[in-house]
Design a protein around this ligand. Structure first.
Ligand SMILES: [Zn+2]
Length: 354
């Protein structure tokens, strides 16, 4: 394999990896290009993983630095990553654009997604199948490395999650000598992350590694150095849940979040609630130091949890729509929230603390 592997090399490496690591990985064909070339894919980790990540490399065929990233990440996952794969599953597309790769040209529309990308989104970005997506590119000029989140700018808690994750990715890469910039430019559009965020409420990042500066191996090392953080960090440190964007609307004071008995159920709930978020009016009031109120509405048939941040002191009474009700406390940090399960309709939650 030359320093920059070709399309056939990447396919061989993908299926070869799965054969060598049959207990941890399987390879499959995720789709077919216009010219009939398979899109090779690797799947690592358990089927009922708590966290599901999708890594798409090489959507732009001329971006040579993406070509080793997918397999380099897979190597790290079965090597030095420790027990990451016990709780996390990863689907890796080492080459998302086979025709562009084979022809060594950009090979992608500049105004939207290709037919193949649409197919991959439809088969891989299912509401119960994805928590996070990283779309890896590589610059062939200039000296920049960057992590970019640009499709999640409409909900404060999501912005916080993306900021925190991109910060930890940059720090992780910096520890290995690669200095990533963090971008959250509203104008950036790579056409792939946006639908992942919209459909599955996934954490989404674009990434620019750089083969101009670092060559194929260095570009892969830089990307993996940054990606490591995404397996170790929580989306929000205070949330204590990896890559969770389970809150779908509201703000830190009061929010609606998904419910589910299994990770897949939680993801499904999140995607359904996220779609209906425009209908949920969430309004918090603090009439006194001891009292908190949250008005909210949920669409018909929905099940969710309403979470209301409370002050210090013991929670004395929780009422939903005037009736005393059961609650749980969510205490990820010195901050805490009282959480109450609710279904479709208009509601008012009132919490009195001592
Ligand atoms: Zn690109």
């Amino acid at each position: 394999m030359s320093d920059f592997p070709g399309y056939d090399d990447i396919c061989d490496a993908t299926f070869g990896f799965a054969a060598r690591h049959a207990a941890a990985a399987r390879a499959f064909e995720a789709g077919r290009s216009e010219a009939g070339r398979p899109v090779p894919a690797l799947r690592l980790g358990p089927d009922d993983a708590r966290t599901e990540l999708l890594l798409a490399c090489g959507r732009h065929g001329s971006e040579l630095g993406t070509r080793r990233v997918g397999l380099a990440l897979a190597d790290w996952l079965v090597g030095d990553a420790g027990d990451v794969l016990q709780s996390t599953a990863v689907t890796i597309l080492p080459v998302t654009n086979p025709d562009g790769c084979a022809r060594e040209e950009f090979g992608a529309p500049d105004d939207g997604t290709s037919r193949l990308e649409e197919e991959l989104l439809a088969s891989l970005v299912l509401p119960d199948k994805v928590d996070a997506v990283v779309d890896v590119h590589s610059l062939h000029a200039g000296d920049m490395l960057a992590v970019i989140d640009a499709h999640a700018q409409e909900f404060t808690l999501d912005d916080l999650a993306h900021e925190e994750l991109s910060r930890s990715m940059a720090a992780s890469a910096a520890a290995e000598g690669f200095l990533f910039e963090r971008h959250a430019a509203g104008g950036y559009n790579n056409f792939f992350c946006a639908p992942c965020y919209e459909r599955a409420h996934a954490v989404v990042f674009g990434m620019e590694t750089n083969h101009f500066l670092f060559g194929a191996r260095g570009a892969a090392e830089a990307a993996v150095a940054a990606l490591k953080a995404i397996f170790q960090a929580s989306a929000l440190a205070w949330q204590k849940e990896p890559l969770s964007l389970n809150a779908v609307c509201g703000d830190q004071g009061g929010f609606i979040r998904a419910v589910g008995a299994t990770p897949a159920g939680l993801r499904r709930s999140r995607a359904e609630l996220w779609k209906a978020r425009a209908e949920m009016k969430v309004e918090r009031a603090v009439p006194s130091r001891k009292e908190r109120r949250l008005r909210f509405s949920l669409p018909a048939g929905a099940e969710a949890e309403a979470c209301l941040r409370v002050a210090e002191g013991k929670v004395m009474r929780v009422k939903l729509d005037g009736e005393t009700c059961a609650w749980t406390e969510f205490v990820p940090s010195p901050l805490r929230w009282v959480c109450v399960r609710a279904s479709g309709g208009e509601h008012e939650l009132v919490v009195d603390a001592d």
